[in-house]
Structures are given as C-alpha cells and as structure tokens.
Design a protein around this ligand. Structure first.
Ligand code: ZN
Length: 416
C-alpha cells in the first residue's frame, strides 16, 4: 500500500476531535503540573535512583494504556524511565519522533501563585513546567488520542518519546541519549520546546568546565613565606589565568541558522579560593561557560586555553575538568519536516514563524548527530519558562495540538 495524502475531511475530523477533547487536555495538563518533577541536579551529579520524573512517567504511561495502546517504560533505572509509544504499521518507510522532556527546573522563590496547582485564569494555565514543556506533552497525548479515536491508519510510524533528565544541560545518558543508544531512530523528529514564533532548525552548543589552580598553603606570618621559601598563592595564579584566557579569540564559520552570532567564551562565571584570612590559599576553583557555533568543539576550546596559559603564565599548576559538552547543530532550512510544520502553522493560525536556530541547547543534538533531521523547538506560546508564574497560553496550546496532528498525518501519510 502506498503513502497517501490525508483528505481534508480527515483533517477536519481530527481538529474537531481535538476541540472536543480540549477540556480533558487541560485536565491532563493540570495533573502533569501537579505531578511535580523538578530536577535540581547538575549533569555530572544526576542520580540514577531518585525518581525525579516518575510521577509524570506513570501518568503518561497509564493514559496511553487507557487508549488501548502499548507504551513502554524503558531507561537506565526503574526510577528514571522514559515512556515510549509507537503508533502505526510494523512495516514502514517513513517515521517521525515527537520528543519532550518530563522534568522541569526548580521553582524560583518569586512565584506569587501556587507553583504546582495548575490554576487556570484568563486563558492561561499556570505552573512550573506548564510551558516548558508539559503543555507540549499534553499536545502529543491528545494528538495520539485523536488518531486513535478517528481510527487513523498511518502509512508511517509515529514514535512518541517522553524523556527524563533534560533540564540540567541536555547532556544526559538517561533520557533521549538512552533511547538513541537503544537504536530508536526515525526519518525526522520534533522537540516541541515552547514558542510558535520560530521553527528552530538548530541550537548553539556549549562547553562548561572547571579550572583549578594549585599552590601551597602557609601561614602569612611565617618567615618561610616572608623569605619566599614556602607557599604559593593559588588565587593569585588564578588571577593570572583569568587575564590570560581573556585573550582567546575563537575562530568559527558563519552558520545559516545563526546569522550574526559568534562563539562566546566567558571565564570565570564563578570562583572560589582560600580558607582563612591569614593563610596563603593552596587552591582556587573557577568555572567557565563557552557558547559554541557549528564546527566548534570542546577539544578545540581546551587546546586554545592550554595555549594561552602556556604563552602567558607557563609556571602555573592547573587542571581543567570537563563538566558539559554539547555540540552546536543545524539542519537545512527546507527539510521536509520544517516545510510541513510551516505550512500547517500558516493554515491553522495565519501566522508565519521565523526559521532560525535557537540560543539555548536541548536534546536535539543527540538526534541530529545521529543523522535525524530534528526541529529543535516549536511548541505552544506562553511566558516565563524557568521563571515566576510560568504559564502556557491555552488558545495557543489548542492550535499547536492541531498543528502537530496535521503534521503527523501529512508527514507520515495515511492508508486508505
Ligand atoms: Zn525545555
């Protein structure tokens, strides 16, 4: 059987179904917000055995089961499972991943509303993660629900991925990284990070590191220090390193997804050294953050740092520890998945989004580096993601659910 274009009557039926189910979708989103999944960990300390997202995973798993489908819970540990659901034929040519993270950032202290209640007011739903990105997860669920209810037979395979551990730096091996490692692949993917203003065709990358200088501690009143026989001030050494590293100029090639942007080296972003007012500090630790463009790598940056230190202060004893590395990625402006999303955004809302790269990175690089053209962001509108009184705009959420549904049937095709 060959791939066929979905009829306009099928699209109308799907949209009607989404309209009809929308109050249920709001209710599910409230449950998702109440199922607290704040992720306080840094990528290097992310624990395998703390059930950060488990309440959300359980909820999504049982909702999909209730649709009569067979979702799977898979992951590095029982506590941190991803939920994956395949929908469509066993044999297929085309396939599409819809990916979204189940964890959220910690709530900031300046919330004036209840952060985990899912309050609805004036067409907005408030809550930690309501926008980033539980709203999107609810959209994926109700696309699936509409497909099931309308008995749609897709010509290709839809793969829903609800993943763990994205927020701390999109570099986790428990979430999308785990699914990639297990061989789950597709012809295209969408990560529905919020915002309809832009179809994101890539993201900048990042490298974060910790640099430690080592000296020798000695009491400042000792004559050995006075005579320069003993002691070495690690904070002073760090000051020299800091000055040396300001000379780094990172070469890059211009990228179509990031017109006008350049790589940015910031060091230090935080610093710590010394133990007491009358002791020469023997250690100083500082961290740095580097924003990368396509073609830049962590190895490159480290080499430039080492060269600068060698040139300006070769006597310093130091160590560089890698914290996070995410490469910058971009896909073509006219990938089929981008074109289909763009067309449907126009048809549903009458508005034309920009097509460009995103500043902050997410899990998209894990898919793009495996050859999967991935939209790194296109989801519902709202405000204050990661901030106080985060909320998703419910009108936009309904639109985006329709846009995803249309995109699924048009990209994958339907069987008659
Ligand atoms: Zn996000």
């Amino acid at each position: 059987m060959s791939e066929t274009v979905p009829s306009s009557s099928l699209i109308k039926r799907l949209e009607k179904r989404i309209e009809k189910n929308f109050s249920d979708q709001i209710e599910l989103l409230q449950k998702l917000v109440k199922a607290r999944s704040t992720n306080q960990y840094t990528p290097d300390l992310s624990p395998k055995d703390i059930p950060v997202e488990a309440k959300v995973a359980k909820l999504i798993y049982s909702e999909i089961k209730n649709m009569g489908l067979s979702p799977k819970r898979i992951g590095e540990s029982r506590e941190r499972t991803n939920v994956v659901c395949n929908f469509g034929p066993d044999r297929f040519r085309k396939s599409l991943i819809l990916n979204g993270h189940m964890d959220t950032v910690e709530q900031v202290s300046t919330w004036t509303r209840k952060p985990f209640a899912g309050e609805v007011e004036n067409g907005r739903l408030y809550g930690v993660g309501a926008l980033d990105m539980k709203g999107t997860l609810s959209a994926y669920m109700f696309v699936l629900k509409a497909l099931v209810a309308e008995k749609v037979k897709l010509d290709g395979r839809l793969i829903l991925e609800f993943v763990v551990d994205e927020e701390p730096g999109a570099s986790s091996q428990y979430g999308t990284g785990y699914l990639v490692k297990k061989g789950i692949s597709a012809k295209a993917a969408i990560i529905g990070e919020p915002g309809t203003g832009k179809i994101s065709i890539g993201h900048r990358g990042g490298y974060r590191f910790r640099l430690t200088t080592s000296g020798e501690a000695v009491h400042t009143g000792f004559s050995a220090w006075e005579k320069k026989e003993k002691g070495r001030n690690a904070v002073l050494d760090m000051a020299r390193v800091i000055i040396a590293l300001q000379t780094i100029e990172m070469p890059y090639r211009p990228a179509r997804a990031f017109p006008g942007r350049i790589p940015v080296f910031t060091f230090p972003t935080n610093i710590n050294g010394g133990t007491s007012i009358n002791i020469v500090p023997d250690k100083c630790v500082a961290e740095g953050d580097v924003r990368l463009m396509p073609g830049n790598s962590d190895k490159q940056v480290k080499m430039w740092m080492e060269e600068a230190i060698k040139l300006h202060c070769p006597d310093i004893i130091y160590e560089i520890e890698d914290l996070v590395y995410v490469p910058s990625v971009e896909i073509a402006k006219h990938e089929e998945i981008v074109d289909v999303l763009l067309k449907n955004m126009l048809e549903v809302t009458g508005r034309k989004p920009k097509i460009a790269g995103a500043g902050p990175w997410n899990d998209a690089w894990m898919l793009v580096t495996r050859g999967i053209p991935t939209v790194a962001g296109f989801g519902p509108d709202g405000e204050n993601a990661h901030g106080a009184n985060e909320h998703v705009d419910l009108g936009s959420l309904k639109d985006i659910t329709k846009i995803y549904a249309r995109t699924v049937v048009e990209y994958l095709g339907v069987k008659k």
